[in-house]
Structure formats: C-alpha cells, structure tokens
Design a protein around this ligand. Structure first.
Ligand code: PLP
Length: 427
C-alpha cells in the first residue's frame, strides 16, 4: 500500500504540484495532502486506510454525505444508457424545471459543467445584455478562474484592479472594479463615477472563499437598489450557497431577487454540473437565441444530470434544511465554546450547512478582517485535528461544509478532538 507521501511524490512527477486544483496541495498549511481512496457519508479514508470525519465535502457538493446510495444508483442507471450524446435529453429539461421552480428569480437556465463556466458566461451575458463594459466584484470573493475575475484591488479607492495570476494581461482586468465586501458606500461611489458603464455587480451573497463572511444588514439590499437605479445587472454567485444555505439559496433567505444567478456544486451532487439563469428577457441574449456565445461538449451531460436530479430530489425532503442547519450550528457553537473555555481568541459562524472558524475574537466582515486572524494558530489546529481524524479545509480562507450525515455522534467526536487540541494550544 502506497503512503500519502509516496503518492504525493509520485503525483508531483506527472502533475504540476501533485494536484489538479491548487488548494489541495496543502501549501498554506504545509505538510502532505491526504490521497483519498473512498468516502461514505461523513467520512473519507486516505490511501493508508485512515478514516477522517470530512468537513470539506468536495468543497460543497457532498450535502447528502458521500456516496449517497440513491445518487450512486442514479449515476449507474444513467451510465448504462450512454455517457454523453451531444444532443438534448429529457433529464436536462427536468433539472432545468426543478431549478427554475426552486429559484423564482430564474425563468430560464442554461446548464454548463462547472462554476467557472457559469460565472464567466453570466458576466459575458451581463455585458452583452447591457452593452456596457465594466463590472464590480468584491475583494475576497472567488468566482472561478476566468481572466477578468482573477483580480485584486488596485492601490486607489476607485481604481481598477491588478491581476492576481500570471498570464492575465492588465488590459484583461482593466474593466473590473474591485471593492470591499460589505462596504456599500464604496459601491455607491463607484456608481457615481462609472454608473453609465457598469454592466453588473457579481457577488457571493454569503462569501465562502475568504472563510465564511456574511453580508451586513442592508448590504445586499443596497446592491439591488443601486443596480436597479443605474440599469446594471445584479449577479448572485450562488455556486457555493445555492441549495447549501437553504432550499432557495441566499435569495430565498433574504427575498432579494438577483437578475442572474450562478450555480454549481450541490446541483451536480458531486458530478460536473454548473448553471446560470435569470429572467427570460435577459436569457434571450444567449446563443442560439441571441448574440452572446456560450457552448459546451459535455454541457447537460446525462450522467452528471442524473446525479444532480437525484440530489435535488433528496434535499427537497421535509425538514432537510432544519436538520442540516441545526447540525452545523452545533458544530460552530461547540467549537467556539470549547476554544473560548480554553482561553483562545476564537470565533465561529454558520449558515445552513456552511460554517466558518476564525482564530480571532470577533467574526470578521471583510477580507482584511479575515486576514488579521491568527494564521499560525489555524495551521496548528488544522494539523492536530487531521492527526486526530478530522479533515477540515487546508486553508484559513475557506468555509467548511456539513452534510446531512453529520449526526450528533459525528459532531461530538469532532468537538471532543477539538477540545483536546484547544487545550494543548493554550499551553
Ligand atoms: N463561484 C464560487 C462562489 C465558488 O465557490 C467557486 C468554486 O469554489 C466557483 C465559482 C468556481 O466553481 P468551479 O470550481 O466549479 O469552477
């Protein structure tokens, strides 16, 4: 049996950094990534046969726990009938109808294969529909890796951003304005200056890519109001929050209606599915109806759609979100009370099946506040928990995910391990 270290060494010879997505490489916490051999319910097992309670959940999709038998069966049954046709299927209509029915802001939806595709196309659509160039995003929100979105704030308050990735020419991000999350005044000032030319705001309506950061009261409402007033489109990137924080995403919790919504993760149940949708009036700009181009060989893939449909049906069970929310809250509150009892500056927050933990006395409201937390304490906590069989995201800038299979015994086991680690840390 190969060890994790041997596999990492081998992987690093054929795959850059040994991983197919950078955060998996443990660069921000150090050490060796665990190579996963299998997963069931709340658990994953690594290549050495060690079991972990998993709070990564494939970075969000595994809301039913890993390898839910109904989802696995749906995939197997679909696969028997063919893996991909490149032609429309009835199952795609069913998934589209389900999504539209659950999210009233969408009258039409286009299926793609990832969150990146969904957000990249939503931006193109917003520009195509408005005939405007500029977009607003917020520091610390991640919307996938399209060129114009790999950008951080420039030096001035209202200057356009700088690329965060080599290979992205400055010209490609010159129309992306990067503002502080939860700073409505900043958005107001941007509209004062550039209002006529702003095509859209894209926002994680609850941010999960700078740890968990919730919108302040009035922030999302303010974005809605400014977009409406200036003729810009409001894009809720619900790739992470969609069907994760509640049965209708953040838009259901707040009652705010975005013009466009992007989805992925949960709607594919662990298979590659993304989606973007909005009113029929906006969606008519997409090819083949309109001039905004978008396509995909594997879009609406029958096996992926089968997993998504099975997942969407299971999460519609009565009480599903009440249970998920209660379990996640137990975890967050339990972590916070145990850390504070040990005398540590620690906070935790939760919404639906998502949680954040911060080695700071207060729950942060922006990337700057998240960055001020004690990163070394997080690294220590992460590794000590991993040793004890609990798998958190290997970065202090990621939200955590609970599944419906994280029952009381699983949460208690996690909290017992955390209590021991917190006590050690204080010494
Ligand atoms: N948008 C948000 C809010 C995300 O969290 C992510 C991925 O984590 C993406 C977009 C990109 O999705 P994908 O990794 O499926 O391309």
């Amino acid at each position: 049996m190969a060890t994790n270290a041997e596999l990492f060494e081998r992987a690093s010879r054929s795959i850059p950094g040994g991983v197919n997505s950078p955060v998996r490489a443990f660069r921000s916490v150090g050490g060796t990534p665990r190579f996963i051999a299998r997963a069931v319910g709340p658990y994953v097992w690594d290549a050495e046969g060690k079991r972990y309670i998993d709070y990564v959940g494939s970075w969000g999709p595994a809301i039913l726990g890993h390898a839910h038998p109904d989802v696995v069966r749906a995939v197997q049954e679909a696969a028997v009938h063919g893996l991909s046709f490149g032609a429309p299927t009835e199952a795609e209509i069913e998934l589209a109808e389900l999504l539209i029915q659950r999210l009233p802001s969408m009258e039409q939806v286009r299926l793609v294969s990832s969150g990146t595709e969904a957000t990249m196309t939503a931006i193109r659509l917003a520009r195509g529909a408005t005939g405007r160039k500029k977009i607003i995003k917020f520091e610390g929100c991640y919307h996938g890796h399209a060129d114009s979105l790999l950008v951080k704030a420039g030096s001035g308050l209202l200057t356009f951003g700088n690329p965060t990735s080599a290979g992205v020419p400055a010209e490609f991000v010159e129309h992306t304005l990067v503002l502080d999350y939860n700073d409505l005044d900043g958005v107001g000032a941007a509209f004062e200056e550039y209002g006529e030319d702003i095509a859209c705001i894209i926002v994680e309506p609850v941010a999960g890519n700078m740890n968990l950061v919730k919108p302040r009261a009035g922030f999302l409402e303010g974005l809605r109001e400014l977009c409406t007033r200036h003729g810009a489109l409001l894009i809720f990137d619900e790739v992470m929050t969609g069907f994760r924080v509640g049965p209708q995403g953040v838009q259901g919790l707040t009652g705010i209606k975005p013009d466009l919504t992007t989805l992925a993760k949960v709607i594919g149940g662990g298979m590659p599915v993304g989606a973007f949708g909005g009113s029929a009036d906006v969606m008519r700009h997409i090819a083949p109806l309109g001039g905004v181009y978008q396509a995909g060989t594997l879009s609406g893939n029958p096996v992926a759609v089968a997993a998504g449909l099975a997942t969407m049906r299971l999460i519609a069970a009565p009480g599903f979100y009440e249970h998920l929310t209660a379990q996640t809250r137990k975890l967050a509150e339990g972590l916070q009370s145990r850390a504070r009892a040990a005398g540590l500056a620690f906070s935790a927050d939760a919404i639906g099946g998502m949680f954040g933990m911060y080695f700071s006395a207060h729950v942060p409201a922006s990337l700057a506040e998240v960055s001020a937390a004690d990163v070394n304490a997080f690294k220590h906590f992460f590794h000590a928990m991993l040793d004890r069989g609990v798998h958190f995201a290997p970065s202090a800038f990621e939200a955590g995910f609970v599944s419906a299979t994280h029952d009381d015994a699983v949460i208690e086991e996690t909290l017992d391990a955390a209590e021991a680690v917190f006590k050690d840390m204080k010494q």
